[in-house]
Design a protein around this ligand. Structure first.
Ligand code: ADP
Length: 253
């Protein structure tokens, strides 16, 4: 059951009373999820076809475009790709939550995974003049390497997005009591204390303008949490506003 609690102060015959309201929103959430996944499924086919047409235009097989035509086409391609990514993320999350995608665990090397994630984000970090420092522990872990890589790249991507140039990101590992702890620590803008839990929910962002200014959709952390929980692990963030954030991933060894 999903229950929403709220507290209200009311005045009853001259006395101030606290009213605790418990609202069962299980059915509302179920319908909301069903609606979002239905719409996403329906949007995927026309979007894929739209992308095919744009690719054809770009290839020049239908004739050459003017310079301004190419500019408009590139904007259309970028936005279509963004929509396809969004739809795929929604469907991915829904399939993971409903157990339609299972985690494929195998032996993989933690240092290799950290290295691969860092390499994937290196160009973006260089463009933002941000240095990523890795401090790996070379150990074999049992995990779904693709999904763990997806989690690391998501967190590194955010760390870069929400940091200023000339800052550093520290990506480190520690072994604690038969568990491995990965930490991605940035020196970015930080997250307010009342948002550190809610940002792991679907479509939640610290600032409503984040999706416009930073290009995100608020799905990345929800996907990360789903992946880590399917590994029987934990993911959380500790942050100081204006100083930076540390994202922690704890996995059983
Ligand atoms: P997206 O980045 O696509 O918006 P996420 O689920 O990955 O979605 O992140 C949700 C929100 O959490 C972001 O929009 C941002 O407001 C906040 N956030 C995530 N990582 C950081 C970070 N390293 N520093 C500051 N804010 C962050």
């Amino acid at each position: 059951k999903i229950v929403l609690f709220s507290l209200e102060l009311i005045e009853l015959s001259g006395q101030l009373c606290a009213l605790l309201i418990a609202n069962d929103i299980t059915e509302r959430k179920r319908l909301e999820n069903e609606f979002i996944s239905l719409v996403s499924h329906e949007l995927r086919t026309p979007l894929t076809s739209l992308m095919g047409s744009l690719d054809l235009l770009e290839s020049g097989q239908l004739g050459q475009l003017s310079n301004s035509g190419i500019k408009v086409l590139n904007i259309a391609i970028n936005n279509t790709e963004r929509l396809i990514r969004l739809i795929n993320n929604i469907l991915d999350l829904e399939r993971m939550k409903s157990g339609k995608i299972t985690i494929d665990k195998h032996y993989c090397n933690s240092a290799d995974l950290m290295q691969q994630a860092t390499e994937t984000l290196q160009v973006m970090a260089d463009q933002s003049q941000i240095q990523i420092i890795t401090q790996p522990v070379d150990i074999e872990i049992v995990a779904d390497s693709d999904r763990l890589l997806q989690t690391f790249t998501n967190l590194l991507n955010n760390a870069i997005k929400f940091s200023e140039p000339m800052t550093q990101i520290l990506f480190s590992t520690e072994i604690i009591n038969k568990q491995i702890l990965f930490v991605i620590k940035d020196q970015g803008r930080g997250i307010p204390a009342d948002k550190t839990e809610i940002i792991f929910e679907r479509f939640q962002q610290v600032d409503a303008s984040d999706s416009r200014t930073k290009g995100g959709t608020g799905l990345g952390l929800a996907i990360c949490r789903q992946i880590i929980e399917q590994h029987n692990g934990k993911i959380w963030v500790e942050s100081t506003l204006g100083k930076g954030s540390s994202f922690f991933i704890l996995l059983p060894l």
